[in-house]
Design a protein around this ligand. Structure first.
Ligand SMILES: Cc1ncc(COP(=O)(O)O)c(C=O)c1O
Length: 233
């Protein structure tokens, strides 16, 4: 984020921080959502703080922008049925708010469990001698990681994914197509090969279970299954 802000600031570009997977994460003590003009969080059910459906939140340090966003959320109005902006219907549904309010109390504990699971994976993969076969998530020393995903990398990703599925281990590719190659952005004219780092990541990444209720036995099973895949190949 520091680098992105450094590029954007002299050009007067306002940065929107995508903190959707990062509630509670921090860098040098600054929480995710606090690094840019706005930060966006998702309450999609699979997030660390998830509702029973869709929802989200925007953060900002700018009081004027906060007022504007509050109005845009409810049809551009800040008093009933008087509209000074053209807004939208983006209120957080009361039912979702009720669920999120209860779950909010538990997020820190769930995050601690995710972090413990990540440590167990790290140790498990190291003990299994797999560190030269797969790449584990890199965590900068300044970062506090909340592990919405635990994403490993392997050039044999697709075969590994199929093997894990076959052996009952949930896994998913976040994300298979980099942004510049998405069909909806075709008119921007980007082609394969222009952003090689993103393209390589999209071919290699695989997320494995990390949710807070995962037991140490299940983590061992995931590690052993991955070991089995590489012994076989
Ligand atoms: C990094 C990231 N950004 C944005 C989103 C979109 O969130 P939502 O579906 O709540 O709009 C997601 C959700 O999957 C995400 O993981």
């Amino acid at each position: 984020m520091e680098t992105i802000n450094q590029i954007a600031a002299p050009k007067g570009i306002r940065v929107i921080e995508d903190a959707c997977q990062a509630i509670g994460a921090a860098r040098n003590g600054v929480r995710a959502g606090g690094f840019a003009y706005t930060g966006c969080f998702s309450f999609f059910p699979s997030k660390n703080l998830g509702g029973f459906g869709d929802g989200g939140l925007i953060t900002t340090h700018e009081p004027d922008l906060a007022d504007r966003l509050r109005a845009l959320r409810v049809h551009g109005s800040n008093s009933d049925y008087h509209h000074h902006l053209i807004g939208m219907n983006s209120r957080l549904d009361a039912l979702q708010a009720a669920v999120l309010q209860v779950k909010l109390k538990y997020v820190e504990g769930w995050t601690n469990k995710r972090r413990l699971n990540a440590e167990r994976y790290q140790q498990g993969f190291e003990d299994a001698g797999l560190l030269d076969r797969i790449t584990l998530p890199y965590v900068d020393r300044a970062n506090y990681h909340v592990y919405n995903q635990f994403t490993i990398r392997s050039p044999e990703r697709d075969q590994l994914s199929a093997y894990l599925t076959q052996h009952g281990v949930g896994n998913k590719i976040y994300y298979p197509v980099p942004l510049h190659l998405q069909e909806c952005y075709q008119e921007l004219g980007y082609r394969n090969g222009q952003l090689p780092v993103s393209e390589k990541a999209a071919k290699e990444v695989l997320s494995i279970p990390i949710y807070s209720e995962l037991t140490s036995e299940q983590i061992t099973y995931v590690v052993e299954t991955i070991k089995g895949f590489f012994q076989k190949s």
